[in-house]
Design a binder for this molecule. Structure first.
Ligand SMILES: [Zn+2]
Length: 176
């Protein structure tokens, strides 16, 4: 009976039951343990991928909507007759418009929500960043978004302009 030891543990087993995986001999137990670890890794990667894809689509959709709104506004601005007609006919002003009696709608200050932060956190950790460092990094990103938003507000930029800028910053973030 030809015996050989497992490359992963000190077990001495029959050569024919050893499994060769990537050039290394594994006993039954070590092969099983490796399979389990690999499976977990695959699931984890797939999970992150799905989350990222979902997030990417969400951001793209929001960006598209902002662009659509912007185009609509430009159109109305460049067509005074159209605008006048709309107001005269009593059609409600678009949401977000500061004209009319409608109160300005509350706009979320946080463009990096809880879920987004969590995904970003896991990406940074996966890339090898220390967990505490990753948390600080996210804090810094949120701070940057907030500061950018405030400075744009001071310059009297519209909510739509701010939104577009925020989306761009976030898109750059996911790409980097
Ligand atoms: Zn073994």
């Amino acid at each position: 009976m030809v015996k050989k030891s497992c490359d992963k543990c000190p077990a001495e087993v029959e050569f024919k039951v050893l499994k060769k995986i990537r050039g290394e001999y594994h006993c039954k137990d070590c092969a099983k343990a490796r399979r389990l670890v690999r499976r977990e890794e695959t699931i984890e990667k797939a999970g992150i991928k799905d989350e990222l894809k979902e997030l990417d689509e969400k951001i793209k959709e929001q960006y598209k909507q902002t662009k659509r709104k912007d185009a609509k506004k430009r159109y109305q601005k460049n067509k005074p007759a159209f605008k006048k007609k709309k107001i005269v006919s009593g059609v409600p002003v678009p949401k977000g418009s500061i004209s009319g009696k409608a109160k300005p709608r509350h706009v979320s200050e946080s463009y990096l929500g809880f879920q987004e932060s969590q995904v970003l956190l896991s990406i940074l950790v996966k890339r090898g960043m220390d967990f505490e460092d990753a948390k600080d990094e996210i804090k810094r990103i949120k701070e940057t978004l907030k500061e950018t938003r405030e400075s744009m507000k001071e310059k009297n930029k519209s909510e739509d302009q701010i939104k577009i800028k925020m989306q761009k910053l976030l898109e750059e973030l996911w790409r980097s």
